[in-house]
Design a binder for this molecule. Structure first.
Ligand code: ZN
Length: 295
């Protein structure tokens, strides 16, 4: 099953168009794409019958979609989760998932324009897991039963803020507005032959820079969910960015970062693609050493 957020309304995406969930359910389910996660098992049951019910189809164009999960309460992300990315980062593979947060104000849609706050913004294509039912202290064996589905995402990263100083600021460096585009659809785990083995990649202005498979994760999705949920309860509609493979710009020689006028194109097998145009944005207000850039 696939769902999407079309102009702010929850739709079921079928082979021959989309079904508006609020209208087709006679108001049983809200049009709000975020609200559905509070009743995810009930919604899955309704959706299974809706496919055959002959509800009115509306045209579906991915370019009309917004973030499939527009207002998660928590957005986790996992760093250094592919061996080739650990190597290119000259880092050591973590013994446990290396977790940080991307703040929800950084979310964007799959075709939204992203403003670059500096000349040091990097790309990271990532598979994103969406929580369907509360998960607290769950085992890896039980983790997939708490996942509503998967979507595609980018973990854009301003490398100076992310990596500078005695306590590197991963969460801030990866949370400028627009730094977490996701979409175009949410796909339930049962729709994949193997949800742990999906091709993913991204291109900058037509040049492919990342290409891998999610089966190469150091910590598979279920182990990430188990680890995070051992500390923080995961809530319906939360997101987990599951790490990026090799090919980021900061690890290239010479380094390459995103530039205004370029397009960031990201894709995940069975989910779809994101195409985010990039423009110059306002610089952040403080210089690299914490003093005002313009006193
Ligand atoms: Zn990342």
């Amino acid at each position: 099953m696939r769902t999407a957020n079309v102009n702010g309304r929850l739709v079921l995406v079928l082979d021959d168009g989309a079904v508006d969930v609020e209208r087709a359910s006679d108001g049983q389910f809200s049009s709000d794409p975020q609200a559905v996660f509070e009743r995810w098992p009930e919604f899955r049951a309704w959706a299974a019958t809706a496919v055959a019910a002959g509800h009115e189809r509306v045209a579906f164009d991915e370019r009309d979609t917004g973030a499939p999960v527009p207002r998660p309460r928590q957005v986790f992300a996992v760093a250094l989760n592919y061996a080739d990315h650990v190597e290119e980062s000259a880092a050591t593979a973590p013994a446990r998932p290396a977790v940080f947060t991307k703040y929800p104000t950084s979310l964007a849609g799959p075709y939204d324009t992203i403003a670059l706050p500096s000349a040091l913004v990097d790309w990271e294509v990532e598979l994103v897991a969406v929580i369907g039912t509360r998960a607290h202290r769950v085992t890896a064996a039980d983790a997939w039963s708490h996942i509503a589905g998967l979507t595609a995402g980018q973990d854009l990263s301003e490398r100076r803020i992310q990596l500078e100083g005695p306590a590197p600021q991963f969460s801030l460096g990866k949370s400028f507005p627009g730094f977490s585009p996701t979409g175009p659809v949410l796909v339930t785990p049962d729709a994949f032959a193997d949800p742990d083995d999906l091709a993913l990649g991204c291109a900058v202005d037509g040049e492919t820079v990342q290409e891998s498979r999610s089966s190469r994760m150091i910590f598979p999705i279920a182990e990430q969910i188990a680890w995070i949920s051992g500390i923080c309860p995961l809530l319906p509609g939360d997101l987990v960015f599951t790490g990026t493979p090799a090919g980021v710009g900061g690890a290239r020689d010479p380094r390459r970062f995103l530039a205004p006028g370029e397009e960031l194109h990201s894709w995940i097998e069975g989910v779809g693609e994101l195409r985010n145009p990039l423009i110059a944005g306002p610089a952040y207000p403080h210089g690299p050493h914490g003093r005002p850039a313009h006193p």
